[in-house]
Design a binder for this molecule. Structure first.
Ligand code: HEC
Ligand code: HEC
Length: 277
């Protein structure tokens, strides 16, 4: 079959589709049967390299929604989102007492958190503790201010690392793309404040093409310590919501932030019911 995730860029999704009289069929070993066979016979075979546009491309007329989501993927993991080389040294602003080193200390989320609250949030303790403040105070502020902060001596992101156009989108995310985590996730129980039954309808139609109906089609870790959508959603709902809204850096996963956040939280609630092992 033709759905494969592989290749030299971290994820290359190649999908062969057969077009039939204006209808597009995800060609179908999934379905099998005569209709698929005839679709493949008289239809054109088209190779889509998802990586071409989605990974690293810029639309001719970028909408703000696209830009904010791209910025969200940079916040998550800018080197993966830009397919850039990762700095090897530990970030100069990362505290000596911190437990991480190397590139992970350059990810925005490592110092400021998946909940955007820094030391006042989930990273206020544990292996990700840095004591650094969050970025939530920047909501609604001028993106140029954020741009300046990120080029300053504390942060030290050079244009070689994050080019100006990408930096603008990152600043858009910081000023316009954050959500109020407490509204959507119970900090005590980690439970999404959503309707799992409603989320299931979205998950089956929007996530399962890649993640499977039980969320186990993609294993994010090795075979010995498997990690699935359910695993991540239960352990880290903040990260999961961030990725549902903004996509997965370097991977052909859609960014759904154009949908109402409550709908995405319903999906999150459902993913928390999926098997973790
Ligand atoms: C190694 C840790 C570290 C990383 C990684 C990091 N920052 Fe920061 N950030 C800081 C520190 C420390 C401050 C506070 C600086 C100060 O107050 O002078 C800060 C402050 C900020 C502020 C200002 C917050 C405020 O309310 O004043 C923003 C916005 C910000 N960072 C965004 C980002 C973004 C976006 C990224 C990723 C490109 C990032 N940071 C990566 C350490 C980090
Ligand atoms: C077009 C395929 C595709 C779709 C649709 C998709 N994903 Fe993904 N997703 C991926 C890929 C590829 C990865 C990266 C896998 C990796 O890093 O090993 C990923 C990663 C993730 C991760 C991150 C795991 C981690 O810790 O790095 C989560 C969580 C996730 N997806 C949830 C969802 C949810 C929920 C939906 C539906 C709203 C969804 N995905 C839709 C392809 C997809």
């Amino acid at each position: 079959m033709f759905y494969s995730i592989c290749g030299n860029s971290r994820f290359r999704l190649s999908v062969t589709i057969a077009t039939v009289l204006g209808g597009v069929w995800l060609a179908g070993a999934l379905i099998g049967g005569p209709s698929t066979a005839s679709a493949a016979e008289d239809g054109k075979k088209v190779e889509i390299e998802a990586s071409r546009d989605w990974l690293g491309g810029i639309p001719e007329a970028p909408t703000e929604d696209w830009g904010v989501a791209f910025g969200g993927r940079l916040y998550d993991n800018w080197a993966a989102a830009l397919d850039e080389e990762e700095p090897k040294e530990t970030h100069r602003a990362y505290p000596a007492a911190g437990k991480k080193k190397g590139y992970s200390t350059w990810r925005c989320k490592e110092c400021h958190g998946w909940d955007y609250r820094g030391a006042k949030g989930v990273y206020g303790e544990g292996s990700h503790f840095t004591g650094i403040k969050g970025i939530d105070r920047m909501v609604g502020r001028d993106p140029n201010l954020v741009n300046r902060i990120l080029r300053d001596d504390t942060h030290g992101y050079t244009r070689e690392m994050i080019p100006e156009s990408a930096m603008k989108r990152l600043a858009l995310f910081v000023t316009r793309g954050q959500h109020d985590v407490d509204r959507f996730i119970d900090g005590e129980t980690k439970k999404a404040r959503g309707d799992a039954a409603r989320g299931e309808r979205f998950f089956q139609n929007m996530c399962s093409p890649c993640h499977g109906f039980d969320g186990k089609a993609i294993n994010f870790r090795g075979a010995d310590a498997p990690e699935y959508v359910g695993t991540v959603a239960q352990a880290n709902p903040w990260e999961t919501l961030h990725k549902i809204r903004n996509g997965q850096p370097g991977a052909p996963m859609p960014a759904l932030r154009i949908l109402p956040t409550q709908t995405l939280v319903d999906i999150l609630a459902y993913t928390q019911t999926l098997p973790a092992k």
